[in-house]
Ligand binder design. Structure first.
Ligand SMILES: Nc1ncnc2c1ncn2[C@@H]1O[C@H](COP(=O)(O)OP(=O)(O)OP(=O)(O)O)[C@@H](O)[C@H]1O
Length: 289
């Protein structure tokens, strides 16, 4: 497919052929103005290609780069409304709205009108609306921007949960470390074309190694730590039957994903990145809330 804006305008994308498979995490990268957002809008179905077509109709959710906050709703009211539009029942939609606001640390703003939310809280609402109905295709355009550390970690976790549940997740982020090592495929948009890059942990380029990540997880009763985990984490017994896993940060996303997708799955109790320790709500594998 291809896309250009206006009659006779330059092609922003041309000859793009991308197959998004269920249960995969796909990163899209490229320089400023290369066409990343254009591609994501086409995938999300909110823009149409100028030539070619997008096939398949998964239930899709999209977090745009800029969230239109000037709507006459409270945060919870807006999310409940969107949940209803996405096919949830009234109670399910209201419960989902409350749960995602809680997960992103925005429960205190449930009744705040959208127009009065801070930028960071608006972004939490933007992300929550996309996760609410358990989409089969989740498209995230710089969705982490503006979130605080705890909310960013929640979004990492939510992405892992969606992929585990069989969704395709496509994301763009300016930070090359975002979900590094967890992506199944990486594509660069360059001169209108899409080029596949090798996925996997990014090269550290001889720079300082990242601080280790510490993940507190609870396995099924009596289950040993699964073998062959990404990054070969060190592990020790934690409190209340938990296991504390320590791994180089480039592997933390892949490790989270491996734990969530283990059979039977492990539950993540806490993720600590660098020096900051943030409590994460226990996450269940395959949760589609
Ligand atoms: N609605 C539009 N009308 C006209 N031109 C557009 C429109 N949207 C994007 N473009 C142009 O298409 C090109 C690609 O833009 P796009 O926003 O997709 O790039 P990007 O890689 O996401 O950029 P950034 O990293 O700066 O967000 C740019 O030249 C941009 O000016």
């Amino acid at each position: 497919m291809g896309r250009r804006y206006g009659l006779g305008g330059p092609w922003v994308l041309r000859g793009v052929d991308l197959d998004l498979r269920p249960g995969t995490l796909v990163r899209v990268q490229g320089t400023n103005g290369s066409g990343k957002s254009t591609l994501l809008r086409l995938l999300a179905g909110i823009d149409a290609p100028t030539e070619g077509r997008v096939t398949g109709r998964p239930r899709t959710a999209y977090v745009p780069e800029r969230f239109p906050a000037a709507l006459p709703f409270s945060a919870a009211g807006y999310l409940t409304h969107l949940g209803r539009i996405q096919g949830l029942g009234p109670r399910e939609a209201a419960a989902g709205a409350a749960e995602w606001l809680e997960r992103f640390g925005a429960a205190a703003h449930a009744r705040t009108p959208l127009g009065e939310l801070s930028k960071g809280t608006s972004q939490k609402v933007a992300v929550a609306q996309a996760l609410l109905a358990g989409p089969e295709l989740l498209v995230l355009d710089e969705a982490w921007t503006g979130l605080d550390t705890a909310a960013r970690e929640q979004l990492d976790l939510a992405v892992a949960e969606r992929v585990t549940a069989g969704a395709a997740v496509v994301y763009v982020d300016h930070d090359p470390r975002r979900l590094a090592g967890a992506a199944d495929a990486v594509f660069s948009v360059r001169e209108g074309r899409l080029e596949e890059r090798p996925a996997g942990p990014p090269s550290r380029g001889g720079g300082p190694p990242g601080r280790p990540a510490r993940i507190v997880a609870v396995g099924p009763p009596g289950a040993p730590v699964p073998r062959g985990l990404p990054g070969d984490p060190e592990h020790s017994a934690g409190e209340d039957g938990s296991t504390v896993l320590t791994v180089a940060d480039v592997y933390s996303d892949a490790l989270l994903r491996a734990l969530l997708t283990a059979r039977p799955p492990w539950h993540i109790r806490q993720v600590a990145v660098a020096a900051a320790t943030t409590a994460a709500r226990p996450a269940e594998s395959g949760t589609t809330t």
